[in-house]
Write a protein that binds this ligand. Sequence first.
Ligand code: UDP
Length: 418
Amino acid sequence: FASGETSEAPLELDAEVTSGDLGPLKRKRFDLLIVGAGLSGAVIAERCSSLGLTSLVIDSRPHVGGNCYDYVDEAGIRCSKYGAHLFHTKYERVWRYVQQFSEWLPNDHRVRGIVEDVEGEKKLVPIPPTQDTVNTLFPDANIKNEEDMEAWYASQRIAPPNNGVPANGEEAALSRVGPLLYERIFKHYTKKQWDKYPAELDASVLLRLPCRTTTDDRYFGDPWQALPLRGYTRVFENMLLQDPRITVKLNVDFFQAKKLGQLPKFGKLVFTGPIDAYFQGLPKLEYRSLRFEEEFIPEPTGGFYQPAFVVNYPSSDVDFTRIVEYKHVPNQPTPVKQGMVKGTRIAREYSSATGPPYYPVPNPENRALYERYRLLAEQEADVCFVGRLASYKYFNMDQAILNALEIFDTLKETGNLQ
Ligand code: UDP
């Protein structure tokens, strides 16, 4: 377990794990074949092992951890290969579960945005909006307390036309913050992120952010917000690589291995990849991908590039959505925390229609298409579809973990595990 460890680096994976060839495993039998070594696959493998079941976990990437994968760069800074991951949860079960695999450092995530004020000048403000955000952008609002903020919102908010229930992201945002903040913070950021305006997306997308009347500038409201002491990759290593009942094979493409008859015998298939890669013949589902433009800045003034871990750029005059500066988080290796690493690494985040799928795109058309896939999945005997990509749901990390735990519960209760 992580607490006794002294090394910051991820475990060295042996050639067997990374070879891309299933080799002698082809002749073995596993209770489960799990496709994907991300959160969902890791939870199912770990839980099944607790019942004495064996799993082969394969992933087409050269590492475990899915999009949570992080690593320490040459300068000694812990970076996330696929974008910042901030763990937060209100589910006690999830919080208790993840603590088995790491020590966790409390971390209240705070985001700043570069946003135009009433004069058209760019200001650095808290996101989601707080009293401070409104006072900085609109000094005349002169908000001193929650009552003032409520009154300001009341003067701004536009009730959704249809029985007060927002039918899409635009109605959701307008009903919470009104047009001034909608235009400045939500409309263009959303267009950049999804290549759709909020009106073309489900209300739930815009409702992910809390709406505050206080000065609380945390991004999330959950009671548990923390980062794993030695990074997410180590969490996965502790879940998967220490367990004799779990075999991990990286650089293995499931479809290719299946086609070539290289898969071993197994009882149950757990598929955590995109559901439209598993079933052919229907139109493809829509996803958004991300592209990161990384930059190492050798001697930033004051040691940092920007004042927060994440700074959002919600205006339409720059193409990226946000900049992440890794050095800000508390789970950096000790030399970074002690100020011994002079440089800093940032990643500008661009959204893209092409590339590996990161986000399902929540709107009525995609939901209807996914429903057709779901019906196919229901009929697929001995295959279980789990996770963000296989169930086409915009899960946060904790929701993905809870979902996998609950699917495990159901499989166990119905005696349907191998
Ligand atoms: N959003 C926005 N402006 C912001 C931050 C978020 O318009 O400054 C909207 C945008 O549509 C985004 C959604 O809220 O996709 C959810 O944001 P979140 O930070 O939860 O997205 P994630 O971290 O999952 O990319």
